[in-house]
Design a protein around this ligand. Structure first.
Ligand code: GDP
Ligand code: IMO
Ligand code: MG
Length: 426
């Protein structure tokens, strides 16, 4: 039996993490976000209605669960209050069960402006960010000048930190990026107003999590993004700016990493990516278009089309290894229903894999594939492994053997119930 469980995307995000959290939530006492911010978009289908969470843990939609934003999360108060207001329309009051760490760094309006101006500037590499000020806020956090939640409650300190920040940002805006200056008084007033609204949610995440663990309560660490977008381990520089892999949990929450006793990896039965960056198995043809259409592959945060391609078992086996995956959940297998042939990338021709995986410089690689036959009987909505078409089972078992981890769950549709459980991870 596992009490502390990590749930991580193993590709470039959007693996279906939100749906899987929702499936597991009935058995949890707490859920924690530990990195990223409102760049995430996690979709749940609840009683036929689509709900998307960005900053709040997806488990919030289960009334009994305490939800935490750990110190590794970058928080836009505008985004937080907007999401709380939306969520309360169908969840009722959530004040008692949402706790934001005093140590979280705040995304300010000037972080968002810089992110968006840089993306448009010919002088900077276009990453295809979500434009939410994520990278710019993490830059300040590492640069030791970010404004943290606790600073909101010391007006003198807040003002001097904002002055230090705006001095720098306004110089960049006006001298390099043809942007407008921000007014210190406006930014300060907004922070002070929001400080009052945030007060009921502010808490101590480390001590609360340790209380849960001492009572043997089940806690889920909800990853956002995916391992290939990890700032350290992903396809740098085309990554997000946080540690979305398992390593981010220890520092993004404040726990001993050895306390995590089950690492659940989420992977799509194919691959998608939003934004720029290398994608060796990308399909620029009618099959790619078919997958995008059937899979509804449109970004849940920005509405951008997601690039689609075959499953890349070279990258997936690597992220399985780096994240100590005990069990995999394979999602969206139903999207491959009806295809005659399905390919899996098993190698990159003529390259030293160890060198490539060390730097993740995979721009130029040429994937080699194995081909598998499609299946006749659709997987959509199936809830029992034995009911799957034999060829779909062969595909699943092939992925299992290529990636070196058991596939413990298979998602066959967007609804919580459309799930096959071979071995329950909790
Ligand atoms: P996340 O960021 O990992 O939570 O994933 P997103 O919510 O951004 O994207 C996953 C999309 O696939 C959402 O629209 C889900 O409703 C949908 N989805 C999740 N699992 C399945 C599945 O097994 N089959 C199908 N067809 N859709 C799924
Ligand atoms: P979820 O949690 C997919 C991508 C962006 C861009 C890069 C950097 O829903 O899986 P950022 O705004 O973070 O600086 O953008 O990372 N990206 C995601 N792609 N799913 C996400 O989150 C993502 N969050 C960021 O598209 O390429
Ligand atoms: Mg998403």
């Amino acid at each position: 039996m596992s009490n502390l469980i990590s749930l991580l995307g193993l590709q470039w995000g959007d693996e279906g993490k939100g749906k899987v959290v929702d499936h597991l939530a009935k058995d949890l006492k707490a859920a924690v976000r530990y990195q990223g911010g409102h760049n995430a978009g996690h979709t749940l289908i609840i009683d036929g209605d689509k709900v998307v969470f960005h900053l709040l843990p997806s488990a919030i939609c289960h009334q009994e669960i305490k939800c935490y934003l750990g110190r590794g999360v970058v928080v836009s108060l505008d985004a937080l209050f907007e999401e709380i207001e939306d969520a309360q329309k169908y969840l009722g009051e959530i004040e008692e069960r949402l706790i934001v760490s005093r140590a979280c760094s705040l995304i300010q309006s000037f972080h968002i402006k810089l992110d968006q101006l840089r993306e448009k500037s010919p002088a900077s590499t276009t990453i295809g960010t979500t434009g939410r000020g994520i990278g710019t806020t993490y830059e300040d956090r590492v640069g030791r000048k970010s404004i943290r939640v606790q600073d909101l409650y010391n007006e003198t300190l807040l003002k001097s930190k904002l002055e230090e920040n705006l001095d720098y940002y306004n110089f960049i805006f006006t001298n390099y990026l043809e942007g407008e200056k921000e007014d210190i008084n406006q930014v300060l007033d907004r922070n002070l107003d929001q400080a009052e609204m945030l007060k009921p949610y502010v808490g101590n995440v480390i001590s609360d999590i340790h209380d849960h663990t001492s009572k043997q309560e089940k806690i889920l660490f909800e990853g956002a993004q995916g391992a290939l977008l990890d700032v350290s381990l992903g396809t740098y520089p085309f990554v997000t700016s946080s540690n979305s892999s398992i390593g981010g949990i220890a520092s993004g929450v404040g726990i001993d990493p050895r306390m995590i006793d089950y690492s659940l990896g989420i992977a799509k039965a194919y691959t998608t990516r939003v934004g720029e960056g290398p994608f060796p198995t990308e399909l620029d043809d009618s099959v790619g278009e078919h997958i995008a259409k059937v899979g509804g592959e449109v970004g849940a945060t920005t509405g951008r089309p997601r690039r689609c391609g075959w499953l890349d078992a070279v990258l997936l086996s690597h992220t399985v290894k780096l994240n100590g995956i005990d069990g995999l959940c394979l999602t969206k297998i139903d999207v491959l229903d009806g295809l005659d042939e399905i390919k899996i990338c098993t190698d990159y021709e003529g390259n030293s894999l160890n060198d490539l995986l060390e730097t993740m410089s995979i721009e130029e690689v040429k994937p080699s594939y194995i081909s598998m036959p499609g299946w006749e009987k659709p997987c959509a909505g199936i809830r029992d492994y034995e009911q799957l078409d034999g060829k779909a089972k062969s595909y699943i078992e092939k992925i299992e053997s290529l990636c070196g981890a058991p596939i413990v769950m298979i998602s066959t549709g967007p609804r919580r119930e459309d799930t096959i459980v071979r071995q329950y991870p909790l």
